[in-house]
Design a binder for this molecule. Sequence first.
Ligand SMILES: *Cc1c(COP(=O)(O)O)cnc(C)c1O
Length: 404
Amino acid sequence: MALNQATIVVHSGLNNDEQFGCVVPPITLSSTYNFTDFNQPRAYDYSRRGNPTRDVVQRALAELEEGAGAVMTSSGMSAIHLVCTVFLRPSDFLVAPHDCYGGSYRLFESLSKRGSYQVQFVNQANQQELTEALSFKPKLVFIETPSNPLLRVVDIAAICRAAHKAGALCVVDNTFMSPALQKPLALGADLVVHSCTKYLNGHSDVVAGAVIAKEVTVATELAWWSNNIGVTGSAFDSYMLLRGIRTLTSRIHQQQSNAQAIIAYLQKHPQVKKLYYPGLIKNPGHEIACRQQSGFGAMLSFELDGDKNTLRQFLAALRLFTLAESLGGVESLISHAATMTHAGMTAEARTRAGIGETLLRVSVGIEDSKDLIADLEQAFQIALKGSKLSADNITNVKCLPAES
Ligand SMILES: *Cc1c(COP(=O)(O)O)cnc(C)c1O
């Protein structure tokens, strides 16, 4: 019987304990396991290589992404690093999106500078740029959709087809959508990576990652390397992650419905200059999103009309949106790209990427959407009043030298 996602998240790994009949899989913290006799190891010998709690969450991750196997890692970054370590040698090319997650950009760039592999950053929505990059016969094409923070969407199936023709493997960072809203392996990808820190765990209290492979041989190779370089996730984090996954489907649906209510409100707001959400018809990639996603998600970005002062007042006035990086938790977060998530980029690079100085990214939580909207409304009002005051101040300052 093929189960649906909402059932898998609850049932995967349930009732698997032979000793006590635990309904919820127990947590096994032991780092080591005794041998039954001389030269007679058990199924587990050392927890870096294998751990029963991690195995349960790895099976759940593989089931959710419809893969043959999964490796849970210490972070999203170690998951991405694991994939590159396994598949890329110094002469190999990696094609990555020009607007990928900042940490991934830094990892690819720093390791290519040291000669671990070669990287080409391209705008994957631009057919010509992609075709040119593929003519270099890359080993690996890294896809991230929707992108951060502008929610650009690229066509996973089309990029995978072109990459496979060029002899490359495709890996998709599915962090922003989660398997509840997007299934990259079914769309043609060979591998999926996650920052489980975000939607999969969903409670902002675990840092973890995962790689899920379509083929069992690839999954086995990833598992071997994850032990070899020591990036496997801890038993406690595995337990926490599985607990988070239990509510993935219901959380993300609530978050998405709240996001849509907020979008409807922001769309009509005079202080919102630009609005980015894959569900908006005018958002580039909207049609692709309709095809490859089963929802538009709960991440949105908008540009506030005004200056730095307006921005500061708006953020200070918010009560329910916490000014913090990260995303995907039950609580609503807001972040400012230029000073937070994308502070590593130069101002020119940000302008080139389309990231305005008043761009705010929102990770919508599961609170009551009416409360969230009321909070935004009072913050807009305070910011508007504040910016009028500061405009007066600037006029006064300008007048002074002329008078004196
Ligand atoms: C956060 C994030 C990562 C990195 O994950 P960590 O768990 O923080 O190491 C990678 N990709 C995306 C899209 C992310 O949002």
